[in-house]
Design a protein around this ligand. Sequence first.
Ligand code: NAD
Ligand code: WQD
Length: 336
Amino acid sequence: MSVLITGGLGYIGSHTAIELLQSGKEIVVIDNLCNSKEIVKDKIICITKKDFKFYNINLLNGNAVEKVFKENNIKSVIHFAALKAVGESVKNPLEYYDNNIISTLVILKLMKRYGIKDIVFSSSAAVYGNAESMPIKENQSLSVNNPYGRTKLIIEYILKDLYKSDNTWNIALLRYFNPIGAHESGLIGEDPNGIPNNLLPYISKVAMGQLKEVSVYGNDYPTIDGTGVRDYIHVVDIAKGHIKALEKLDNKLGLVIYNLGTGKGVSVLQIIELFKKVTNKDIPYKIVGRREGDVAQCYADPTKAQKELGWQAEKNINQMCKDAWNWQRKNPNGYN
Ligand code: NAD
Ligand code: WQD
């Protein structure tokens, strides 16, 4: 019996594939490589010494995906595959709705047809929009600021409706905060196309001397130093959360929702300072205007996952920066 991982060669998917293989599970991966590289498969095998089946398939192609269901004995699905760049989603909403929502429907319909009812879905703190109070609990009201976030919220509703229609499904909605860092081996990590949009990959490239300086988007927020505060969490901790969620689904507990965060907020200036210390590199920055759509702060209350899943983040922000730097230093051009 295998766990089907969609988007399993991507940033979080590849780290989760490693945790699953290392915990003795068999996996099957679907990824169309629109934001990842096939070499990631070799790296996963190199780290785990375990092989697995990989299908280079677009999830929008239902017939091709059905072949995967026919050829494998799938027990559960972890659905990572999605487009995830917020700015791009504002420019190109139809592509985001099409890719993220239709691919989910393809997977869910096939799961239903083949009697597979356990799914872990990659949701996001984006579904909390501009949350009214911190730290954010799972039962806080939901709202979104952009098409990307809306795809996540719509899929959450689709999954809730599906569960209402048939409560023999087991569904875990995991709302990740800001995943950063990389596997300790330095063999896999985050490899964004072009100039990074997210803070950590950007800082890493400035530390490498590949980009001139970090633009800090605003220093007039009501936060500790005026810059944006986020809940950065090590990608390996996120990956481990999926193992716990799958265990939970084995106990047939219906639809569950968990924040995956550390519960600690860190500001942009704090993280630049930390990265400087860890790398011993100069990290020039300049303060610029706020980025449209940004919120002042966003950090989780992770106690529900702690109590019910027995999961909590183990790696601190220092370790996150160290591992991000280890990956960046060893792979100055990512997977290229
Ligand atoms: P990623 O882009 O590295 O991984 C996604 C993978 O899905 C990529 O390998 C891509 O090639 C694949 N993919 C996309 N569309 C596909 C399709 N139609 N068919 C087949 N494969 C397809 O992203 P990630 O950071 O690993 O994120 C994984 C999931 O977690 C996404 O759903 C994302 O929205 C969610 N998430 C990410 C973050 C974050 O900051 N990284 C935060 C919250 C939620
Ligand atoms: C972090 C902080 C910026 C870049 C995004 C998505 C969210 C989720 C995680 C998927 C903010 C500041 C950033 C830079 C900066 N993804 N910043 N200079 O926006 O919290 O979350 O990724 O679900 O949906 O929106 O992450 O890394 O872009 O920004 O000052 O060059 O760093 O303003 O305060 P964000 P981020």
